[in-house]
Design a protein around this ligand. Sequence first.
Ligand code: HEM
Length: 474
Amino acid sequence: TNFPPGPRPLPIIGNLHQLGTEPHKTFMEMRKKYGDIFSLKFASYDVIVLNNYKDIKDAFAENSLSGRADFKPLRDRSGGMPRGVIFNVERGWTEQRRFALKSLRDFGFGKKSMETVVYDEINELIDTFRKTIGKPMQTQNKFNAAVLNALWTMVTGQRYSHDDPMLQDLIKRLTSSVSQSRAASAVLFFPWLYVIRNQLTMFLKYARERQESIAKTMAFVKGTVTDHQNTFQKDAAPRDFIDMYLGEMEKTTDPASSFYKEEGLKNLTITLLDLFVAGAETTSTTLSWEFLLLALNPDKQEKLHEEIKRVVGLSRLPSLNDRPSMPYTEAVINEVMRFSAMVPLAVFHSALEDMTFKGYTIPKGTLVIPNLYCAMHDPEVWKDPKVFRPERFLSEDGKTLIKNEANMPFSTGKRICLGMTLAQDELFLFTSSLFQRFQVGPDPNGEKLTVDYHCASVLLPKPHNLVLHDRIEE
Ligand code: HEM
């Protein structure tokens, strides 16, 4: 066999001890020695790491590299077998993914109704921000509420106020589930460790709280589904995503379908959970990165504000129709996503069958890790990857947005982020509306701002304070 080269693994743990605190950077170092495609062992699992954006693109265009690993903790999360979207495979994944994409598109992705939903959140956020003018404040939890609420409204038809205890509680739980998770967590690779941890849970307060929190989120989502079932009207226009899903279940007669009866309901709960886990924290963390990076780069922030003022003016909120005339705004968003590389290793894929890729033999079950961070910081692709420079996405005259295939914050191929269009629309609306009105800078009495981050399965800026000024009222 011709498996890619890589560092020699130790017995039992393989190379897990070599990952360090920032595996995406460790992989960039290993790439210098072993090449673009190299192999590792995580406990008993074979792993290949892809670093070059072309390899990632080619690999994920293939169905056979679009599987997910069958880890016991993930199976347990969805009731003993893969369900929903993120960790589902085969027929169930195809069905749930296709349905979610289509329904969210019909309901909101890129549509007016979605714009209306997001405006409600933007208006509340503007009110909140205006109360903090001139005072140090943290952005992250404020973006969280707005973004999660928009998603919640599209999916369940219900909107909360940003300081609603229920909404705040849900945010706290989703945030800790994302910020405490690690991409290469030991419990995934050592099933016995997972079993021991679950037994220890009875003794460890923090672990017990974690499990209770997952159960609470689940119960909350199930409650919303039950409310919809009780008020569902077959022939009425669907009120939201859940209604569309219940309609799809009504139509389903094939017992092997993931929409069929009880199985359909189980998939609904997990799909909903997947949308919240994948959609809320990611979009709001991107906005936090954006505020931080623009506070550190006031000249870029002025250019952004100038474009908004020139195209939209200051008397109405920007809309998606303005987007084609606002290349600088788009370039800023692209550069924020490239620079922060917020989901550095995406979600691990796995090989669904024995195959060959670029001359290497890849056995079925091999984990495939796309190093998106490397693609977006590759010195061979980007002249100055460590510099925040939106202009790299613009033509020389600044009038045209230039895409770059290596910028892949949403991954690529068959498993590309399901919420990409929604996220891009939301980021445009939040960015243009907030920088139309506010100017953001460091706290003059606070610590020096840096781009340091906390590395979990997403990269979160370290807690920091910013100070806002209101350009319209001051
Ligand atoms: C800035 C915002 C976002 C970023 C950077 C992001 C990034 C990603 C990445 C890197 C993946 C992994 C793809 C792979 O496995 O190769 C992913 C998957 C996914 N994302 Fe997003 N995402 C964002 C927002 C959203 C939103 C708003 C939603 C939902 C409304 C969402 C739903 C999903 C789902 C369901 C998956 C799993 C797809 C599958 O396995 O087929 N994401 N996202």
